[in-house]
Design a protein around this ligand. Structure first.
Ligand code: NAD
Ligand code: TDX
Length: 351
């Protein structure tokens, strides 16, 4: 069926993989990528599909209601897949206001534009909001987050995402907007901005710079390859039930220190260094304020109801990721030579 779908944040890490998948797999859809191109947005991520006839890029701010309303009128979207966000926890600690503006206000502006466009006629319409496992707070040694775990966000980032999730459910409850939400664990893979742990370490190992480990490195994250997240988003967009929430995770928990040691081993091998050489770069630094101890996701609802499962093991995914960064050093250098350099200096100077 012909459809026009808005994907927000499509120039970012996860969004670019989602845009590529939809543009390539659904030639009958027109995909409009709306992205403000903040520091995290990079059109280089989409160079291979930018000339496809079913792809359109619009540079705009999701929190700018007038512009967003005009775009909804212009394209009469059938569906929205909303990924645009401020996404880095450390930045939310130094600048919470921009997280409220984009993540909360921006989500509300999009919801309202969809409500005004669809005017109660919701046949074949869908508003899909992409969220995070961080809304559930922090786990102790035991247990997993399920779709019914109470919200308990603990950072300005997760508080803003939790708030946006509440607005999405409120629009479903109040105006019957046909929504679906997914909450995913930590993603890794090609095109991730190097402020996040894995690409930051790959870049620093390559350049023999120290590897900053917050606190004791014992915090645990559940890592999922970005391509498998994009596949889950495709499945949920097309097969998920209106009003439902789906958790997405890799069933793949790592302490930060064990993960960084694994990266060091792979990189020593790839760069022809002696085994153990890169591990010497590990440096324990001041912990992140309010650092959540452990995230782990129970994805059984998504697996049992929609038949999703990850396509690669972590061992395969992390090797693919390291190889992608080594093969795409220009992509990385374009980022680290720009504004990112001063961000890195200010973020890590006292650590
Ligand atoms: P990212 O930071 O790489 O990309 C965010 C994109 O949004 C960028 O292209 C940026 O330019 C755009 N953007 C930011 N503010 C905007 C605005 N006001 N208007 C329009 N565009 C704007 O983020 P990501 O890691 O790809 O995350 C994408 C989504 O997935 C986010 O909603 C995030 O909360 C969620 N998520 C991320 C992870 C993860 O591990 N990265 C895990 C679970 C959920
Ligand atoms: O330099 C570092 N040193 C370090 O020890 C950085 C950048 C991170 N860390 C730690 C903090 C976390 O325990 O590594 C872990 C992973 O950190 P990030 O890559 O910043 O991710 P996290 O804070 O877990 O959040 C990510 O997953 C959930 C994404 O950034 C969010 O957008 C997503 O919602």
């Amino acid at each position: 069926m012909k459809k026009t779908i808005l994907i927000t944040g499509g120039a970012g890490f996860i969004g670019s993989h989602v845009v590529r998948k939809f543009v390539q797999d659904y030639p009958e859809y027109t995909i409009v990528n709306l992205d403000l191109l903040t520091y995290a947005g990079n059109l280089e991520n989409l160079q291979d599909i930018e000339n496809k006839p079913n792809y359109i890029f619009e540079c705009a701010d999701i929190a700018d209601a007038e512009t967003v309303d005009a775009l909804f009128k212009k394209y009469a979207f059938d569906g929205v897949i909303h990924l645009a966000a401020e996404s880095h926890v450390d930045r939310s600690i130094t600048d919470p206001a921009s997280f409220v503006r984009t993540n909360v206000q921006g989500t509300m502006v999009l919801l309202h534009a969809a409500k005004n466009l669809w005017k109660g006629n919701f046949e074949n319409k869908r508003f899909y909001h992409i969220s995070t496992d961080e809304v559930y707070g922090s786990l102790g040694a035991e247990g997993l987050f399920t779709e019914t775990t109470p919200y308990d966000p603990k950072s300005p980032y997760s508080a803003s995402k939790a708030s946006s999730d509440h607005f999405v459910r409120a629009y479903a409850n109040t105006y019957n907007l046909p929504i679906v939400i997914s909450n995913c664990s930590n993603n890794y893979g090609p095109n991730q901005f190097p402020e996040k742990l894995i690409p930051l370490c790959i870049n620093n190992i390559t350049n023999k710079k120290s590897l900053p480990i917050y606190g004791k490195g014992e915090n645990i994250r559940d890592w999922l390859y970005v391509i498998d997240h994009a596949a889950a988003i495709d499945l949920i967009y097309h097969k998920g039930q209106h009003g439902e929430t789906y958790n997405i995770g890799g069933n793949n928990e790592w302490t930060n220190i064990a993960l960084v040691r694994t990266l060091c081993k792979i990189m020593d091998n790839r760069l022809g260094r002696e085994e153990g050489e890169s591990e010497q770069l590990i440096t324990y630094v001041t912990d992140r304020a309010g650092h959540d101890l452990r995230y782990a996701i129970d994805s059984s609802k998504l697996m049992n109801e929609l038949g999703w499962k990850p396509s690669v093991t972590f061992e395969e995914g992390v090797e693919l990721t390291v190889d992608w960064y080594l093969d795409n050093n220009d992509w990385l250098q374009n980022i680290v030579s720009g504004d990112y350099a001063s961000y890195y200096d200010s973020m890590y100077k006292n650590k």
